[in-house]
Design a protein around this ligand. Structure first.
Ligand code: ZN
Ligand code: ZN
Length: 340
């Protein structure tokens, strides 16, 4: 089969053996695999758990080809979570499987979704509700589920609260939709006009062009009086600090952006204002049915999140588009069967 393989020389689209299922696994024909910034990190040298060669990609929807599970007959449309938790470690048993000590992530610990087929433990594949589009629903796997965990669990966003979403990329704009679905009033922050317009279409009450302000945290406070929850979806020390500055006393800051750098925050503000700073990583498997239900009820518009579709042979171009920070890009997906 064809696959986009991360090798010593970079990303190479070539023929590889088809995946062989181990006991309890299903083989899924990949309908689409979303392109995520994490893929870029691996491409640029962040080490992967499985040695190269490795099939990249972790945001998969598809159709079951073969399985030994009664739950998933061949032909079942499914969404795969990006990470398979072990189910046995302390964190899994506490219901915090995003922290699993023995997690296996597609396109990192095991071969991923930029391929014609992928193997998955059958218990970890989620049937896609009828009415949801197969290709576009791939973004539920990572972008939408990550936003859900960040807002519903880590941010504990309640109806009527104000939420600032700082950074309107794929996850950020999914977060705008999820926050609106949870009943929050959203202020979207970005430097790209097209991203801010998209946030408005997704229900954001206000937008803030970060390029126009020298003090982003102050600008957020001036626009809202201080938000209940600020979500940092970029992974930049300066915007993490701005999130801390932008919340009201007692507010919550949720960090979903990835950065290796240290952020400098005002410790006295954290203390005097009892600000809570919480990290957020992916989404627990127990929440996938809730996320799929939000999408099935039309509260999340997955079709509007997918702006670009690439054939498998052009996977490197899809990654290059993300790297270029194209203003009209929300999520690009690789469609191994060819663009519909
Ligand atoms: Zn990802
Ligand atoms: Zn575990």
């Amino acid at each position: 089969m064809r696959a986009a393989v991360l090798d010593e020389g970079g990303l190479d689209v070539r023929d590889v053996p088809e995946p062989v299922p181990t006991f309890g696994e299903a083989i899924v024909n990949v309908a689409a695999c979303g392109v995520c910034r994490t893929d870029l990190h691996y491409l640029h040298g962040v080490p992967t758990a499985k040695a190269r060669p490795l099939v990249l990609g972790h945001e998969v929807s598809g159709v079951v080809a073969t399985t030994t599970s009664d739950r998933l007959p061949p032909g079942t449309r499914v969404v795969l979570p990006p990470v398979i938790p072990c189910g046995r470690c302390r964190f899994c048993l506490e219901g915090r499987n995003t922290l699993c000590a023995s997690m296996a992530m597609f396109g990192n610990h095991r071969d991923g979704g930029f391929a014609a087929q992928i193997a998955v433990p059958a218990w970890a594949a989620f049937p896609l509700p009828r009415g949801l589009p197969l290709v576009e629903s791939s973004v539920i796997s990572d972008a939408v589920s990550t936003a859900y965990h960040a807002l519903a669990n880590r941010g504990q966003v309640r109806a009527g609260e104000t939420v600032a979403i700082i950074g309107c990329g794929g996850v950020g704009l999914a977060a705008v939709q999820v926050a609106v679905a949870l009943g929050a009033s959203v202020l979207a922050v970005d430097v790209a006009e097209a991203k801010l317009r998209a946030a408005e279409r997704f229900g954001a009450k206000g937008v803030l062009d970060a390029a126009e302000s020298s003090d982003l945290g102050k600008a957020i406070r001036q626009a809202t009086g201080g938000v209940d929850v600020a979500v940092e979806a970029i992974g930049k020390p300066s915007t993490i600090a701005a999130a801390v500055e932008g919340v009201r006393p007692g507010g919550r800051v949720v960090v979903i952006g990835y950065s290796e750098a240290s952020a400098t925050i005002n410790a006295s503000r954290v203390m005097f204002r009892e600000i809570e700073i919480r990290g957020s990583l992916g989404c627990g498997l127990q929440d996938f049915p809730k996320v799929l239900d939000l999408a099935a009820r039309g509260r999340i518009d997955v079709g509007a999140l997918v702006t670009h579709r690439f054939p498998l042979e052009k996977t490197p171009d899809a990654l290059a588009l993300l790297e270029s920070s194209a203003p009209d890009l929300i999520r690009a997906v690789v469609v191994p069967g060819g663009p519909p």
